[in-house]
Design a protein around this ligand. Structure first.
Ligand code: MRU
Length: 344
């Protein structure tokens, strides 16, 4: 099993996702500032993995704090939280995990050393829970998939795999469960321009497990559907509004439109920590815009003429009406039923 974020030797080990698939490097993080940089530069990426990394980042910051009392400790910890929150705006798991760490800090009693230990325990719990959650998502997703054909070909976009979570994955968790139960024929992995998480990371994860995978460029997805090559689409999410509108990697919306046009079920697989019940719909989900170099440079080469403008939104929002079901650790639900989970 692949774990992108591991606590070991009093530090955090991250698989450097900017170097895969050709180099497998581990980056060791000792300080919260370095964790913020690792999240911003996408050494660690994927909504749940960012949440786990940020939780450890909070602990790394906390353990360096010297304070005369609990209040001063909280004020200094809030600065660590602000730095980590400023790294990436769309994945709500980042804010959720930092919020949970701050809650632990506020509610903990005892000496500062004891409070710091509670923070470490909370970070460990967030990591362990996410792994269990992904396994539950995988199994609920398997039950929600179409019953025919017996062996399904699933298209996915970006990487919502073990690398994007504590392990196992959300969308790729469903794929893993289907593979285990011999219900999977093949994965079609959209390349996912501009950062190529599909071509690099999803394809790599599938190869590691012996899962047959076909990489296609993003523009090929609709054509593959029309040819009858795709039985279901399963993607992850970075933030889901209360009505089920879902922000995920740029290009997901186009895939959802194509899936509806071809009567192919379109599933979103995500933990409840990705649901933002404070947003009624997707219109106010903050969309990260990244550096245009991601578009104009491929490898070391500039591919566009000079004198053009760029627009590089990293995410888009798929309207709830295009989503067949949202697969969570509590089961698979039509988007309209999501709001009922608020009370669990
Ligand atoms: O920019 P990234 O690589 O962090 O974007 C990742 C995605 O969009 C994933 O699909 C999403 O975070 C779900 S990960 C389980």
């Amino acid at each position: 099993m692949l774990y992108p974020v591991i606590w070991q030797n009093n530090a955090v080990s991250l698989i450097d996702q900017t170097r895969l698939p050709h180099e497998y490097n581990i980056v060791t993080i000792h300080r919260s500032e370095d964790m913020a940089l690792a999240i911003k530069s996408m050494i660690v990426r994927g909504a749940p993995a960012i949440g786990v990394a940020a939780a450890y980042g909070m602990y790394l910051g906390a353990r360096e704090i010297e304070a005369k009392n609990h209040q001063e400790f909280l004020e200094k910890l809030e600065k660590v939280a602000q730095l980590l929150r400023s790294t990436r705006p769309t994945a709500v798991n980042l804010f959720w995990a930092i919020g949970r760490m701050m809650k632990t800090a506020y509610e903990s009693l005892g000496t500062l050393e004891e409070i710091k230990h509670h923070l470490w325990q909370t970070a460990q719990a967030i990591n362990a829970e996410d792994l269990q959650t992904c396994q539950a998502i995988g199994d609920h997703g398997l039950a929600a998939l179409p019953t025919t054909p017996q062996k399904l070909t699933i298209l996915t976009h970006c990487n919502a795999g073990a690398l994007a979570t504590a392990g196992y994955g959300t969308a790729l968790g469903v794929v893993r469960s289907a593979w285990r139960e011999e219900r999977l024929q093949r994965v079609f992995a959209d390349e996912t321009r501009p950062r190529l998480q599909g071509a690099k990371l999803t394809a790599w994860e599938c190869v590691q497990e012996g899962i047959p995978v076909t990489v296609v460029t993003d523009g090929m997805a609709a054509h593959c559907m029309k040819q009858g090559l795709i039985d279901a689409v399963v993607v992850g999410a970075d933030r889901i509004a209360a009505n089920g509108d879902t922000a995920n990697k740029i290009g997901t919306y186009s895939v959802a439109i194509a899936a509806q046009a071809h009567h192919i079920p379109f599933f979103v697989a995500a933990p409840l920590s990705t649901v933002d019940f404070t947003l009624a719909d997707g219109s106010n989900i903050p969309i990260e815009e990244r550096d245009s170099v991601e578009i104009y440079q491929v490898g070391q080469s500039m591919i566009t003429p000079s004198g053009v403008d760029f627009y590089n939104p990293a995410f888009d929002v798929t309207p709830a009406e295009l989503i067949t079901a949202i697969i969570t650790e509590n089961g698979a639900f039509p988007p309209a039923d999501l709001v009922k989970l608020k009370f669990y």
